[in-house]
Design a protein around this ligand. Structure first.
Ligand code: ZN
Ligand code: ZN
Length: 503
């Protein structure tokens, strides 16, 4: 017979073990029935059809299996069955810690890791300190010892819950749309940021398709003023998914007029107009040529704008605010830089870069309350950029990895895609190589280097290491390969550079 304190401990540990089992059960049912919702909570990529299949199958099975053996371990006499969820939970923790070491990501799932350690502790305690069966021998696991009435009732309840959730998917869908819609509309990223200079990568890729990167577009926020540098195809939706309110957009700065830098301008201008009931057209800054680009976009969107005014009314979409207005700037004779915006403590300096035969092409430097960041635009290594980058907190430099691009070009040539192969070879002469960007950052004494406009595409993060090559040998500060959703905060009047995920 057990004494009283021992029995209390036994019951307490079994209850806690049961609580762990219920957590796994909720996750298992969740992944099986509402896979995408639970995937989002676990920071997984939005799942497409095949991904949903894997989430329902793999993740559902993992958690339901862990729950089953957890419950059997605490409800039946077979406490050693707890070893199964203990092993899986330990492996989950090992995987998470491996990711922290390997992936250069902040510990976004820190809360989950703490919860997992607590659950592991409970299960270990429940396995070692709950009372085993009387006598020395561990009883064999038999059908009769497992399929007892309470367990059968539990299994039926789980089945009913799963069927119930599947049967009420329409109602659940409506509720979720309301909840998510409210969250999206009420969230104001700008209001939540501290005073300072911030940059968000809405598009960090190049014209070559990359599942993790759309074409170039960077949002720069100084205080409460948001500017967009370049508007590459696909980037407007990214900005919206990152909950940046386009209605509040102050202006757009174009580095040059290659399609990968202007392709989404029409959408960006339209969304800014429709979301903010703006009464002034959006200002689009750029070197000479920006007038031609804006004439084209304004003309292309003129019919759409008329439909929208007719449909929603001038109060909702004021006709005076439609479209964009070109604000061209030219460098004075003998000068390679020019302050193009100086307002509310923010100074934006445009400077000449070398992207010949594309002329003019520029980069931008942002200064706000003692913090600075420089965006290269598309360029070969050039002195004006080195000068502008001097002492900057953050340099966002375009980068091309020549060995990888040549390899990709050869693959295209082998399979008969000669034109793509030729273009891949041509681009080698007007972009900066990864290691050169690192050297520039070292010479300019910038505090952190971020490589964007990545060529070739890097669809898996393990390729980032290949992309960097020997860059780290040439630059003593931290280097990072940009990916959409990544951002950096430079709080006003201090020296911190905080990495943030906006998506
Ligand atoms: Zn270009
Ligand atoms: Zn480009």
């Amino acid at each position: 017979m057990q004494n009283k304190p021992g029995r209390k401990l036994d019951v307490g540990l079994r209850i806690l073990g049961g609580w762990v089992g219920l957590n796994f059960l909720a996750l298992g049912i969740g992944f099986l029935t509402l896979s995408e919702v639970f995937a989002t909570a676990f920071f997984m990529e939005p799942a497409r059809a095949v991904g949903i299949n894997a989430l329902r199958g793999d993740m559902g099975a993992l958690f339901l299996g862990m729950s089953l053996f957890c419950m059997l371990g605490v409800v039946t006499v077979h406490r050693r069955l707890l070893l199964i969820p203990i092993v899986f939970l330990s492996l989950i923790i090992v995987g998470r810690l491996t990711s922290v070491l390997m992936d250069d990501v902040p510990l976004v799932a820190g809360d989950a890791l703490i919860a997992e350690f607590i659950m592991l502790g409970i299960l270990l305690a429940a396995m070692f300190f709950t009372s085993g069966p009387a006598g020395q021998n561990y009883p064999p696991v038999t059908a009769r010892s497992i399929f007892r009435q309470p367990i059968m009732v539990g299994l039926v309840l789980v089945l009913v819950a799963i069927v119930g959730i599947f049967a009420s998917q329409r109602q659940i869908g409506m509720t979720l749309v309301r909840v998510i819609g409210k969250q999206l509309s009420s969230q104001d990223v700008l209001a939540d940021l501290p005073d300072g200079l911030h940059v968000v990568m809405a598009g960090s890729g190049s014209p070559l398709p990359d599942s993790k990167r759309v074409q170039p577009c960077l949002a720069v926020i100084a205080g409460k003023a948001m500017y967009i540098v370049d508007s590459g195809p696909g980037s407007t939706l990214r900005l919206e998914l990152m909950k940046l309110r386009l209605g509040d957009l102050k202006g757009v700065l174009l580095t040059h007029f290659h399609s990968d830098h202007i392709g989404d301008l029409g959408e960006l201008i339209l969304k800014r107009w429709a979301n903010g009931a703006n009464r002034e057209p959006l200002e689009i800054f750029g070197p000479p040529g920006v007038e031609t680009v804006m004439q084209g976009f304004n003309l292309a969107y003129s019919l759409d704008s008329q439909y929208r005014v007719a449909h929603h009314g001038p109060e909702t979409v004021p006709p005076s605010g439609m479209g964009g207005v070109a604000r061209p700037f030219s460098f004075p004779e003998g000068k390679e830089e020019l302050v193009v915006i100086d307002a509310d403590g923010l100074q934006i300096t445009a400077f000449v870069v070398d992207h010949r035969p594309v002329e003019p092409a520029v980069g931008y430097r942002f200064d706000y309350k003692g913090r600075s960041l420089v965006i290269s635009g598309d360029t070969l290594p050039c002195d004006s950029l080195r000068r502008q980058a001097a002492g900057a907190d953050l340099l966002l430099h375009e980068a091309l990895q020549p060995t990888m691009v040549r390899a990709l070009s050869n693959v295209n040539r082998e399979i008969g895609r000669t034109n793509v192969a030729n273009i891949s070879t041509d681009i080698l002469d007007y972009h900066t190589f990864t290691e050169e960007a690192a050297r520039i950052a070292q010479e300019a004494g910038v505090r952190r280097l971020v490589l964007y406009h990545t060529l070739p595409p890097l669809p898996v993060s393990v390729a980032d290491k290949t992309f960097l090559g020997d860059a780290k040998k040439h630059y003593s500060g931290p280097i990072m390969v940009a990916v959409d959703g990544l951002g950096f905060s430079l709080p006003a009047d201090n020296h911190k550079i905080v990495k943030k995920w906006f998506w």
